[in-house]
Design a protein around this ligand. Structure first.
Ligand SMILES: Cc1ncc(COP(=O)(O)O)c(C=O)c1O
Length: 427
C-alpha cells in the first residue's frame, strides 16, 4: 500500500509559505496528495514516506534516459568545473546546434531558449517577423505553454467549443485577441479559419500527436494537409514538439511521420531533465533574425551546463535500437492493459505511441481530439491509477504514461502483474 503521511505533512507545511504548495499547477492534479520525492535512480524514485516507485511519469516527459545516468552525470559534472554559465559563446552550443541539424530531418537552423513555453513564443515571434502578419492559430485541447496569448481553450467545456476561452483568471482578452482557435484533426475547420482571416495568419501551431489532450493520433493526411494549407496560405507551420521531440524518435515527429513543417519546438526530453529548449526549422525563416526583422533574447540561452546535458542525452539516445526498445516496452504495457480490461469486462482504449500514451476508460474507439477524450470515464481511470500506485507503479493523472530508456524487462515484470490485480480491483 502507498504510504502518504509524510508527503501530506510536508504539503500542509508547504501551503503556509509556497503558495498552493506546488511549483506548477499541473502537480496539484496528482492524487492522493502531491508527493514529495527524496531521491531518484534510473527508472525509480523514492519518496519521503519510503515508497519505491517505478516512474512512468518521467517528470512529465524530460527524464528520457532516467535519473542518475552515469554518462549524463559525467557530462554535467565535467562542465560544472569549467564554468556554470558564460553569457558568451562556447564550443558546446555549436556542437549541439550541429548535432540537431544532423539528427532532425530538414532542420537547417536552430535557436536555444530555456523552457517549452519560451520556445513556443520564440517560434511565434519568428513566424510573425518572417510573414509580417499578426494572428496565429492554435488548437483546442493543445497545451503550448502558460503565457496569456496561448493558454486558451485547453480544457473547453462542450458549450465553449468553437470559441477562444482563457484557461485561468489574470489573462486579459487583449492578449489573446490575435489567437484563433480551431478543433484539431479537422482540415475543413482549419481551411475555414484561413478563409475568414485572409492574408492575416502568421502561423499554425499544434502538437503533432495530441499528447496533452489524451495522446490522440493525427488522422490520415491531417498533418501533411495542415503543412500544405499553411504553404498555400503563406503561413508558417509549427509542430510543437516539446513532448514528441527526442521522445517518439530521435528526430521527433518529423522523423516519425516523415514530414517537413516549417518550424518545430523542442524541450523536455532534449536534455534528459536539464533546462533547455530550442526552435528548429527552415533557414529562410531564421533569416528574419539574421537580417534584424526580429530578435531573440535570454540570459541563460545556450548555457553550458544544459548544453552539455543535451549533447550527452542525444548521444545516449543515438545508441542503436534504443527507440525500438522503449516503444516495445510501452506497447507491451498497452497490450496488457487492453487484454486484461477485456477479460475483466472493462471498456477502454489506449492511444499514442510506445513512449507516450494514454489509457482511456469508457472509450471503445480511438479519440480524435479533446472533444472525444472528454467523454472518457475519468473516475475509473483515477481508481486504476490509485491501485497501480499501491503496487508502486507511478504514472500521471489523466491516464498518461511516459516510457524511457531506463525501463527494462525487470520493471515490466513488476508492471504486468500489477495491471492484472489493479484491473480486477475495479470490479
Ligand atoms: C506541447 C507542449 N508545449 C509547450 C509546453 C511548455 O513547456 P514548459 O513547461 O517547459 O514551459 C509543454 C509543457 O508541458 C508542452 O507539453
Amino acid at each position: 500500500m502507498l504510504k502518504t503521511e509524510q508527503s501530506q505533512l510536508l504539503y500542509d507545511q508547504a501551503c503556509q509559505s509556497l503558495a498552493t504548495g506546488v511549483s506548477t499547477a499541473f502537480r496539484k492534479q496528482v492524487t492522493p496528495v502531491p508527493m514529495y520525492m527524496e531521491s531518484a535512480d534510473g527508472p525509480y524514485f523514492y519518496d519521503v514516506d519510503g515508497n519505491q516507485l517505478i516512474d512512468y511519469g518521467l517528470a512529465w516527459g524530460p527524464l528520457i534516459v532516467g535519473n542518475n545516468h552515469p554518462r549524463l552525470n559525467a557530462a554535467v559534472i565535467e562542465q560544472i568545473s569549467s564554468g556554470y554559465t558564460y553569457g558568451a559563446q562556447h564550443r558546446g552550443e555549436v556542437e549541439l546546434a550541429e548535432k540537431m541539424l544532423s539528427m532532425i530531418p530538414h532542420v537547417q537552423r536552430v535557436i536555444f531558449s530555456n523552457s517549452g513555453t519560451e520556445a513556443v513564443q520564440a517560434a511565434l515571434r519568428l513566424a510573425r517577423g518572417f510573414t509580417g502578419r499578426e494572428k496565429f492559430v492554435k488548437f483546442e485541447g493543445h497545451y503550448n505553454g502558460w503565457l496569456n496569448n496561448i493558454l486558451v481553450s485547453n480544457h473547453p467545456t462542450a458549450e465553449q467549443f468553437g470559441t477562444t476561452v482563457a484557461d485561468c483568471g489574470g489573462q486579459p482578452a487583449a492578449e489573446y485577441s490575435l489567437t484563433l482557435t480551431c478543433p484539431w484533426n479537422d482540415l475543413d475547420a482549419l481551411r475555414k479559419v484561413f478563409q475568414q482571416n485572409p492574408g492575416q495568419i502568421a502561423a499554425v501551431i499544434g502538437e503533432p500527436i495530441l499528447v496533452n489532450g489524451g495522446s490522440c493520433m493525427p488522422g490520415e493526411g491531417y498533418l501533411p494537409g495542415m503543412i500544405e494549407l499553411c504553404r498555400q496560405e503563406g503561413a508558417v507551420s509549427i509542430f510543437d514538439e516539446v513532448i514528441t521531440g527526442f521522445r517518439i524518435a530521435l528526430g521527433g515527429a518529423r522523423e516519425y511521420f516523415d514530414l517537413e513543417p516549417d518550424l518545430s519546438t523542442y524541450a523536455k526530453a532534449m536534455a534528459g531533465g536539464f533546462t533547455i529548449s530550442a526552435v528548429g526549422g527552415r533557414q529562410e525563416i531564421f533569416d528574419a533574425l539574421a537580417d534584424g526583422r526580429t530578435s531573440h533574447f535570454g540570459t541563460y540561452n545556450g548555457n553550458p551546463i544544459s548544453v552539455a546535458a543535451a549533447i550527452a542525452t542525444m548521444d545516449i539516445l543515438s545508441e542503436p535500437g534504443i527507440y525500438d526498445r522503449m516503444h516495445g516496452h510501452g506497447y507491451a504495457i498497452r497490450e496488457a492493459i487492453e487484454t486484461v480490461a477485456k477479460q475483466c469486462g472493462q471498456t477502454l482504449i489506449t492511444t499514442g505511441t510506445g513512449t507516450a500514451f494514454h489509457v482511456h476508460f469508457g472509450l471503445d474507439s480511438a479519440p480524435q481530439s479533446i472533444r472525444d477524450v472528454m467523454r472518457a470515464d475519468q473516475e475509473t481511470g483515477n481508481r486504476f491509477r490509485a491501485a497501480m500506485l499501491d503496487h508502486g507503479i507511478y504514472n500521471l493523472p489523466g491516464g498518461r504514461w511516459y516510457v524511457g530508456a531506463a525501463h527494462s524487462d525487470k520493471e515490466l515484470h513488476r508492471v504486468l502483474p500489477a495491471i492484472e490485480s489493479s484491473m480486477q480491483s475495479l470490479r
